[in-house]
Design a protein around this ligand. Structure first.
Ligand SMILES: Nc1ncnc2c1ncn2[C@@H]1O[C@H](COP(=O)(O)OP(=O)(O)O)[C@@H](O)[C@H]1O
Ligand SMILES: [Mg+2]
Length: 148
């Protein structure tokens, strides 16, 4: 039996630069607590840091919800970054390396996707954006979901 439903274990605001630091700390602690190794912790923290910054800078602020998942012996951490900002008109373009709508390096979204096991974007112009990522502990299902 596989149970990937999970339940929200934390919801953190993303409104200020200080909040970005709290998000990084939360993700590091949650990943360590689930038994992720140092390298995997750092991958997830790096992805979370980029996505949280996008929520703040491009989305005008929002929140992240963190959920612990179980699938057999494996454990996972799911993070959903959401905002009610302008949305992303062309998601494929935004995922491309080097694309920025202003001022950035344009590596955050595509980079984050490469650092996690599952990645999806739900974005509606004028309504907002939700980016969900999942990382599993070793031995876990490694299917890549790149839907949106
Ligand atoms: N939460 C968001 N809301 C609106 N647009 C976003 C959001 N996240 C990313 N984007 C868009 O995707 C582009 C690429 O994001 P990213 O790769 O992180 O590059 P950067 O942040 O350096 O511009 C951004 O420039 C922006 O146009
Ligand atoms: Mg970015």
């Amino acid at each position: 039996m596989t149970d990937t439903s999970g339940s929200v274990t934390a919801s953190l605001p993303i409104r200020t630069d200080m909040d970005l630091a709290w998000v990084r700390q939360h993700v590091r602690q949650a990943a360590a607590g689930l038994g992720f190794g140092l390298v995997d912790q750092t991958k997830l923290v790096t992805a979370a840091s980029e996505l949280a910054r996008n929520t703040l800078v491009h989305g005008g602020g929002g929140q992240v919800e963190s959920t612990v998942l179980g699938a057999g012996a494996a454990r996972g951490l799911r993070l959903t970054f959401s905002d009610e900002g302008p949305g992303i008109p062309d998601v494929e373009r935004a995922l491309g390396d080097g694309y920025t709508s202003g001022g950035g390096l344009g590596l955050g979204l595509g980079g984050a996707r490469r650092l996690v096991h599952e990645f999806s974007i739900d974005s509606r112009p004028g309504e907002g954006t939700a980016v969900t990522v999942v990382c599993w502990t070793a031995g876990a299902p490694r299917q890549r979901e790149e839907s949106r």
